[in-house]
Write a protein that binds this ligand. Structure first.
Ligand code: C6P
Length: 413
């Protein structure tokens, strides 16, 4: 058996759902963590405790219960600030998720800074959440969307970056880790080059903040977006980190309560950060749950989590290579995180996922919200296994054995 720096058995007991069985009585093998992770008891308990003991609306009430909830909500902001190394707590904006965070920037920053003829540079491996909002921004402003290509191996082809970047490039928006290929992108060199032409940089960190340390004070980017539900936290909360001076220079995204200093019949004056971008009742309990998730992850350490996922990825690559008849997408494990997408020769990815489901193994199949990437790879869909801290080498073995069984079954037909 391969070894890992982290023993998942120490943590599996914290996740009640990992003990459930499928309707066919098979134990759950959960390998769909890039879609959403599971929650440990500590996170669920934080949610229950909040609703049972500390729940009211925040920043509104003149009563002790609202003050208590407000303190917990703001402590969650402090936890995110520490996690990502933000200089100022008001640079942390709570949103509903990565999708909303990127839409906020595309809409609000786009309105303030994009002009006809400007260029927005993305990559061919982006999730739709980091493509569609920019198409929309381009349609509104007359800017143009361009793409950094990828190689056949599934890494960014940076040889064309110097040609793609120019004084017209106003935004470079790039994923830190591909949700399909697992590729960990060389952010620092991309950001350095983007900055040399004066571009603003957004990092889609949905698949990286949960798995790899990320320090915004050193990264050099201007915006970073991620989701709570991909890092053991609840759904309904995400984060946009942005440089305060940029956030200050942008118009509010949504209008309503909380985001104003003053409203008159003639107009309004926006509030200071972070309230300016948190219109309406925010995701109070999800944010408090996210705080508990960050505490849980902190106690284990993201470097150990990443090393563990790498070991699982390496094991999956080796076992699939031995098996044969499986095309692995993306580069070698050393350049990846814990995402293994594959195509079983002669079998539709949906059929693979369905047959694995029969064995209690949960993976994802389809285009994974990355249609342009699949087109570039010459396929319409793929199957994807994605790991987290509670996955074991035995989970990987179940996956590969079930794929082997699928191959045998379909060959017989
Ligand atoms: N990817 C997947 O199965 P939301 O849905 O807003 O929390 O995250 C959107 C998002 C943005 N960027 C990347 C790189 C992502 O992977 C995701 C979510 C899930 O791959 C659901 S489609």
């Amino acid at each position: 058996m391969p070894v890992s720096v982290l023993d998942p058995e120490r943590y599996r007991g914290d996740f009640a759902i990992l003990s459930v069985s499928s309707p066919r009585g098979k134990p759950l093998v959960y390998l769909d963590n890039a879609a959403t992770t599971q929650r440990p008891r500590a996170v669920i308990q934080a949610i229950v405790d909040t609703y049972e003991h500390h729940y009211a609306n925040v920043h509104r009430g003149i009563h002790w219960l609202s003050d208590r909830t407000t303190d917990l909500y703001e402590q969650a902001r402090d936890a995110v600030q520490r996690l990502i190394g933000a200089e100022r707590r008001e640079e942390v904006i709570f949103t509903r998720g990565t999708t909303e965070s990127i839409n906020l920037v595309a809409r609000s920053w786009g309105e303030a800074f994009l002009r006809p003829g400007d260029e927005i540079l993305l990559t061919e491996m982006e999730h739709h959440a980091n493509i569609v909002p920019w198409h929309q921004a381009a349609a509104r402003t007359g800017a143009k969307v361009r793409f950094i290509p990828i190689t056949d191996e599934g890494v960014l082809d940076l040889s064309s970056l110097d040609q793609l970047l120019s004084a017209r490039t106003k935004m470079v928006a790039v994923t830190a880790v591909s949700n399909v290929l697992g590729t960990v992108n060389p952010l620092e060199s991309i950001i350095t080059k983007a900055k040399s032409v004066g571009a603003t940089v957004l990092v889609d960190a949905a698949q990286s903040v949960p798995h790899l340390p990320l320090d915004v004070s050193r990264l050099g980017a201007d915006f970073v977006a991620f989701s709570g539900h991909k890092m053991l936290g609840p759904t309904g909360v995400g984060v946009l980190w942005g440089r305060a001076e940029l956030l200050d220079s942008m118009p509010p995204f949504l209008g309503g309560g909380s985001m104003i200093r003053r409203v008159t019949l003639e107009g309004f004056e926006p509030a200071e950060l972070p309230s300016k971008f948190e219109a309406g009742t925010p995701p109070i309990v999800p944010a408090i749950g996210l705080d508990a998730a960050i505490e849980y992850l902190d106690a284990i350490g993201l470097p150990a989590i990443h090393q563990h996922e790498l070991a699982l990825t390496r094991h999956a690559h080796e076992r699939f290579a031995e098996l044969g008849g499986v095309r692995l997408l993306g580069p070698a494990p050393e350049q990846k995180s814990g995402v293994v997408s594959f195509v079983v020769e002669g079998v539709h990815p949906h059929d693979v996922a369905q047959l694995l489901d029969g064995e209690g193994i949960a993976i994802r199949a389809g285009h994974h919200c990355a249609m342009p990437l699949h087109k570039r790879l010459g396929i319409v869909a793929s199957s994807r296994a994605s790991f987290y801290l509670y996955n074991t080498f035995a989970d990987v073995d179940h996956l590969v054995d079930a794929v082997a069984q699928t191959q045998r079954r379909l060959r017989r037909k």
